[in-house]
Ligand binder design. Structure first.
Ligand code: CO8
Length: 259
């Protein structure tokens, strides 16, 4: 499948989706977000893919929603009825396989919000994260005021949201927004190795872990632990548990192919 605003690369059981509007710093528009939804759904359903990597260019993961596209929106004709870029932003949250975000350069506004919808983030040392929406006269609209405080604390989030201060990769790692930082010239290579290490695990269990962790944001602790326990119990009816535990006892590498 060819996309106008995405590039796709295959690395075995890892697929890389690259946001690709280089002339506009990967500003997110309707077409790109529709294509992203289509691509994510098709790889989620593809038995040959275990892990999806979402990235941008060396200069920008994405510098936000496309300001040129939004500038003339009105409340009645565009935003409230959902006849605008916002209607297709959260498809990524329906994806059941792991989605690893890799951020180089600018990751701003809607770009930062999209990145925060990935399961975890790996950053290049040149990454810059920010929520500068206030400077263009709007609030964030895809979770910036909600996911950022949960990710990095209320104080840091308020600072970024109110002052538009960007944080660099080191601060993003220190505050927990990203899990790892690599030099910009090797970040993709390293991120693909990380994704491949996940792709060797049983994909069904990876999907279950993702489901459980996401529950942690939605339900009280006791409900979340109960939810997790059900998957743990059910695991004993799966080939992944038989293979994983036998391989450990037989002192060999497990083979989770097709599990
Ligand atoms: N939208 C449209 N075009 C953009 C955007 C953007 N967000 N960001 C950069 N561009 C374009 C520039 O207009 C420029 O185009 P041209 O060459 O045709 O003039 C090109 O990309 C290169 O940009 P610059 O010349 O500005 O490059 P610099 O290196 O000088 O600066 C920056 C890079 C700092 C990234 C700067 O471009 C910038 O500040 N961009 C805007 C950042 C911003 O305000 N982002 C927030 C946008 S609002 C938003 O994201 C709301 C999301 C809500 C989602 C809700 C869904 C439901």
């Amino acid at each position: 499948m060819e996309y106008a605003d995405l590039l796709i690369e295959n690395h075995g059981k890892v697929v890389v989706i690259r946001l690709n509007r280089p002339k506009a710093m990967n500003a997110l528009n309707d077409n790109m977000m529709n294509e992203l939804g289509d691509a994510l759904r098709s790889f989620d359903a593809d038995k040959g893919v275990n892990v999806i990597v979402l990235t941008g260019s060396d200069k920008a993961f994405a510098a936000g929603a496309d300001i040129a596209a939004m500038a003339n929106y009105t409340y009645t004709a565009d935003t409230y009825p959902g006849n605008y870029i916002g209607r297709n932003w959260e498809h990524i949250l329906d994806i059941r396989k792991p989605v690893v975000g890799v951020v180089s350069g600018y990751c701003l506004g809607g770009g930062c919000e999209l990145a925060m919808m990935c399961d975890f983030l790996i950053a290049a040392d040149n990454a810059k994260f920010g929520q500068p929406e206030i400077k263009v006269g709007v609030t964030p609209g895809a979770g910036g005021t909600q996911r950022l405080p949960r990710a990095i604390s209320k104080s840091k989030a308020m600072d970024m949201l109110l002052t538009t201060r960007m944080i660099d990769a080191a601060e993003a790692e220190r505050t927990g927004l990203v899990s790892r930082v690599y030099p910009a010239d090797s970040v993709m290579e390293e991120a693909i190795k990380v994704a491949q290490s996940i792709a060797e695990m049983p994909v069904s269990v990876a999907m279950q872990i993702k489901d459980c962790v996401n529950q942690a944001y939605q339900v009280p602790l006791n409900e979340g632990v109960r939810y997790e326990r059900r998957y743990f119990h059910a695991g004993f009816g799966t080939p992944a548990q038989k293979e994983g535990m036998s391989a450990f006892l037989e002192k060999r590498k497990p083979n989770f192919e097709g599990m």
